[in-house]
Design a protein around this ligand. Structure first.
Ligand SMILES: [Zn+2]
Length: 331
């Protein structure tokens, strides 16, 4: 445990707190780093950011409206580890100011209307439980219904262990959500932010039409230590890094945060017009699923749709704000 003690001479103002880059150890004024989109001005290290900050960076000013913030997780397993699950959720809500690990709603990016869904790693490691899966599902349903592209920013440690198998089921549910988008021919753009792992990278994120990552982001299903122990092989030093994932064809591009909004806006414009962004053909064709898999996905999708009748519009009030959360501010 590290204990930081600040000592200021009596009668003098305390020295301003400095932000120290964990990669290059350079020190900066936190306000300067914030102004630089939370990227180190010296080396380009991309600091993790929360969902609200991400939405401010990506969405056109004043366009994002949060939906479904009234959804709350249950405790179906009466799960207790070091503390009861409901207590852990309350702590995460208090620390983050969010109700869950995913914030979603309609927005516009570069003038193109879309549905934006952003995960927050600060909320229980961005873990995907029932509410995260439900919100992603509803976001996709609204996107398909209204013909708006879905833009998802994923940052997650994987499934939420406190909900057991119900968390794992969100992988199938969110995968079906992508299939709903495919059937509606609505584009899906995913951004992988550090870290993007486990059940999230193994479900909806990797199925996006265009999948980009931030520089240096860790993207993998299992961590290098687990894989090295299981396979008894030496893994490369850059295992799981965004740049290696690009070289292997898992992502389409590695985009610095300063360019992210313009890139996403460009993708949305091109996909809306039926164009094909340069350099993306290889991955799109290589990820084509077999007809048998697609039939299975469609059948599963229909079953999920029947279980969640009219999921997109029912919870949304006529004013465009989610019931029970009129106080939620738009950035
Ligand atoms: Zn740095």
């Amino acid at each position: 445990m590290t204990v930081t003690v600040e000592i200021a001479r009596r009668g003098t103002a305390p020295a301003p707190r400095r932000w120290v880059c964990p990669k290059c150890a350079s020190e900066h004024d936190p306000a300067v780093v914030k102004e630089n989109l939370s990227v180190c001005p010296a080396c380009g290290y991309h600091q993790r950011i929360g969902a609200r900050e991400r939405i401010v960076q990506l969405a056109d000013e004043g366009t994002f409206v949060e939906y479904w913030s009234h959804l709350r997780t249950l405790d179906p397993l009466d799960f207790v580890d070091l503390e009861p699950y409901p207590e852990r959720v309350r702590e995460a809500q208090g620390a983050s100011g969010l109700t869950e690990a995913l914030v979603a709603g309609p927005a516009a990016i570069g003038g193109t209307p879309c549905v934006l869904a952003v995960m927050d790693f600060g909320f229980m490691g961005g873990s995907m439980g029932s509410v995260v899966g439900e919100k992603l599902w509803r976001a996709a349903a609204v996107a398909a219904d209204e013909g708006r592209p879905l833009v998802a920013v994923a940052s997650s440690g994987g499934a939420r262990m406190q909900e057991g198998a119900l968390s794992l089921m969100q992988m199938a549910k969110t995968t079906c959500a992508v299939d709903v988008l495919n059937d509606a021919r609505v584009p899906f753009v995913a951004v992988m932010a550090d870290p993007c792992t486990g059940g999230v990278v193994a479900s909806f994120v990797s199925l996006a039409d265009i999948c980009v990552a931030e520089p240096g982001a860790l993207l993998y299903f299992s961590g290098p230590r687990v894989i090295a122990q299981t396979t008894r092989e030496q893994l490369p030093d850059d295992f799981g890094g965004a740049e290696r994932n690009l070289a292997l064809g898992h992502v389409d591009a590695v985009v610095p945060r300063a360019e992210l909004k313009d890139k996403v806006a460009n993708y949305l414009r091109l996909l809306k017009g039926g164009g094909q962004p340069d350099g993306l053909e290889r991955r799109r064709s290589s990820r084509s699923r077999s007809s048998r898999t697609r039939r299975l996905a469609r059948a599963t999708s229909a079953r999920v749709a029947a279980a969640f009748k009219n999921p997109g519009r029912e919870p949304v009030g006529g004013s465009g704000t989610a019931p029970g959360s009129p106080e939620e501010p738009a950035p």
